[in-house]
Design a binder for this molecule. Structure first.
Ligand code: FE
Ligand code: MN
Length: 334
């Protein structure tokens, strides 16, 4: 009997989810469900007061907030579209698709979060939702991801044959590891740094919830990528590995440029240098997750981020039981 594989399997019936072969996909689905939240659960009252007051936020802080709302407001739709229009089409395994449906819902929640932020703060939608075209450091990141994930959008693309499997893997790395795993993280760090100073705590909490969701998206993406690698070992050759390392280095440089642009003077005692070091630190973690050697060897300059985000959770995910997830909207990380 042909063994069930995650892609390119003629015996896979996408409607037949039991029995399952990939229990990690099931686990990520359950973890996603137990993290359920909606933006309206979080009060924006204090944020609105701080945003309106003249003396609470500095000009640099306001700009930083706008830049991050600008990046995330459209990045969430971009990832949702990639997921539903391209990833879902090629990943026919039913337990993975079950997770992708859950992830798609979470991307809808994230898109909704930025609608809620714009509405509550009274921001100009035309300004926020065009920043991915008008702000060069944001546009470069989005363009890089669109370019990287082009082949799976081609209606004639199929994952048949080793060359196409390699292209698919390349695009999955662009989508999961670079977009969700690197390009989101300078923004997360900035908004959480602000929250730690009791500024814009409503938005900060929404970013924490988003980051918690994204850590599962990334974990699922890495499991998917590593499974395809394991089932198609011939495609993961040293030339392709080198190609992936080059892409990650480029992504890190774009994310650093974004950090300098969004936070030029430093805020709250943190400078762009610390955000850049943080990006190098998380890029090393991503490389290791893909089975590659880390390249930066940078120490984590923001240890509080790993307390509240992906590191502990990832440990729990893959090595122990998930214990810190709570149902619906009560986050207590500190
Ligand atoms: Fe998202
Ligand atoms: Mn996501």
């Amino acid at each position: 009997m042909q063994k069930k594989t995650i892609i390119n399997n003629s015996i896979t019936d996408p409607n037949k989810i039991l029995p399952m072969s990939y229990l990690w996909a099931r686990q990520h689905y359950k973890d996603g469900i137990s993290n359920n939240w909606t933006p309206e659960e979080i009060s924006m009252q204090q944020d609105v007061e701080q945003w309106r007051a003249k003396h609470v936020l500095s000009e640099a802080e306001r700009r930083m907030i706008l830049w991050n709302l600008g990046f995330f407001s459209t990045a969430e739709s971009l990832t949702a579209n990639n997921l539903v229009l391209a990833v879902y089409r090629h990943v026919t395994n039913p337990e993975c698709r079950q997770y992708l449906l859950r992830q798609a819902f979470e991307e809808a929640i994230h898109t909704d979060t930025f609608i809620y932020c714009c509405d509550s703060l009274g921001l100009e939608p035309e300004e926020i939702y065009t920043m991915y075209q008008t702000i060069p450091s944001i546009k470069e990141k989005d363009d890089f991801v669109i370019e990287l994930t082009q082949s799976i959008f081609d209606p004639n693309f199929s994952t048949q044959g080793p060359e196409n499997v390699r292209r698919f893997l390349h695009d999955l790395i662009g989508y999961y590891v670079i977009m969700e795993g690197i390009f989101f993280y300078a923004g997360f760090a900035m908004m959480l740094a602000l929250k730690r100073q009791n500024k814009m705590v409503g938005i900060g909490q929404q970013f924490e919830y988003i980051m918690r969701d994204e850590s599962i998206h990334l974990a699922f993406g890495c499991d998917l990528i590593n499974t395809i690698k394991a089932e198609n070992p011939e495609i993961w050759n040293s030339e392709f590995q080198q190609n992936v390392i080059t892409l990650i280095k480029k992504a890190v440089n774009l994310e650093k440029r974004y950090a300098f642009d969004a936070c030029p003077d430093g805020i709250l005692g943190l400078g762009p240098k610390q955000f850049c070091d943080y990006i190098e630190y998380i890029a090393d973690r991503r490389l290791e997750r893909l089975g590659l050697t880390k390249i930066y060897n940078t120490e984590n300059p923001l240890p509080w981020m790993s307390q509240s985000t992906d590191i502990n959770k990832k440990k729990n995910f893959f090595e122990t039981r998930v214990t810190e997830y709570q149902v619906a909207g009560s986050l207590n990380w500190d």
